[in-house]
Ligand binder design. Structure first.
Ligand code: GDP
Length: 363
């Protein structure tokens, strides 16, 4: 029923999940008209709410590939706080010559001082670098409802009376955004969950638009090199910002190190300067002399350098040296970034498996 995904009781984040007890009740029911919906369809039907499910890379590529055969507009949702962790490089290759509209979600997290036009240019530039020929880009906040009407106008403008496929990695806020769009546009009763793509086990949700076409929600792909995959639920809450980022600036002296809780470490090499952190303000930032940093880390991992709380299961740090030619951000996927001035040289440590990169400063 519903989305067409195969019913399973093993993994609540995968398509088709129902609780074992629900399945049992259904199987034992004498009622001929009994219906069984997966959790996602159930929530959509009863609460008008989309829950995201995870799919693996192969399934996701199949899904993108099937979009390439459709005549449609692709709406790609990325997370402005974690752009590097949420962009899908090569998206354009997979979906063919479809128009792609890039939506930068979570704009509410940026400090008020940010210049939105500059950021839109930056998003356009980044899309280009990742091979995405975006027809347009917009910044929204699904949580706050910022620019949702503008987004819907843009979708209308570019879809040319065609279907709309919404794609994105998990955690970009895709479900929150679609729920916003649904509640702004439709009546709960009109919501139906229809068929999946032929030949795959993926589920999709078709939300009717008023001209007989659909806005199609697709499962989110997981990017494994995000910090989120190494944290427990409580730590993830501490790491994920909910309020606008409050920049934390440090005036450095020679030979200093700053720890972002026990999640990252930055050694500042041969430079005296100001550096600014853009991370959740709940995270402790600790400064120490680099010569003492290892000892400090070992001594304080389980007290002032938390999170992570589960030190045993947390990957070892891996380091990389970055030199900034211009004012730059060193980005740790899912954690935030550190802005350093031109000329600065920094050794950045992050848990092995979490992606670290450098970019032109966005603020
Ligand atoms: P999905 O996996 O892409 O469907 O993402 P979700 O809709 O489940 O959202 C992932 C997380 O991002 C949740 O904690 C949301 O509350 C949060 N989130 C979604 N949209 C926004 C937004 O506009 N601003 C902020 N600050 N957080 C958001």
């Amino acid at each position: 029923m519903g989305c067409g995904a195969q019913i399973q009781t093993e993994d609540k984040d995968k398509p088709g999940y129902v609780q074992a007890a629900t399945l049992k009740k259904y199987l034992e029911s004498d009622d001929e008209n009994a219906e069984l919906f997966c959790k996602r369809c159930f929530r959509l039907r009863n609460y008008n709410e989309i829950t995201d499910v995870d799919v693996d890379d192969d399934d996701f590529l199949k899904l993108l590939d099937s979009i390439s055969e459709k005549d449609a507009l692709v709406v790609n949702v990325v997370d402005i706080f974690d752009y590097e962790g949420s962009v899908i490089p090569g998206l354009q290759r997979f979906v063919g010559d479809k128009k792609i509209l890039v939506v930068g979600n979570k704009v509410d997290l940026l400090p008020g001082s940010v210049n939105t036009n500059r950021l839109l240019n930056w998003l356009q530039q980044k899309s280009k670098e990742n091979g995405i020929k975006s027809v347009d880009q917009i910044m929204v906040s699904a949580v706050k409802g910022t620019n949702i009407d503008e987004l819907m106008d843009m979708i209308e403008k570019y879809r040319d009376g065609k279907d709309v496929y919404v794609v994105g990695t998990t955690n970009t806020g895709k479900s929150t955004l679609i729920n916003r769009i649904i509640s702004a546009n439709s009546d709960v009763k009109d919501l139906i969950t229809t068929s999946r793509f032929p030949g795959t086990t993926l589920d999709r949700i078709d939300i009717p638009l008023d001209d007989g076409h659909y806005l199609v929600d697709t499962p989110g792909i997981i990017h494994r090199y995000q910090l989120a995959h190494f944290l427990n639920a409580k730590d993830l809450k501490t790491v994920t910002p909910k309020k606008p980022l409050r920049p934390a600036t440090f005036q450095l002296r020679d030979g200093q190190t700053i720890f972002v809780a026990g999640l990252a470490r930055f050694d500042f090499l041969d430079y005296k300067t100001n550096v600014t952190f853009y991370v959740n303000q709940n995270l402790p930032l600790h400064r120490t002399k680099t010569v003492n940093a290892d000892e400090f880390f070992n001594k304080h991992r389980t007290d002032i350098l938390m999170p992570p709380t589960d030190v045993k299961d947390f990957p070892e740090f891996k380091s990389q040296i970055f030199s900034a030619k211009e004012k730059s951000d060193i980005v740790i996927n899912g954690l935030g970034w550190l802005t350093i001035p031109a000329g600065a040289k920094v050794k950045a440590y992050a848990p092995d498996g979490v992606h670290v990169s450098i970019r032109t400063a966005i603020i």
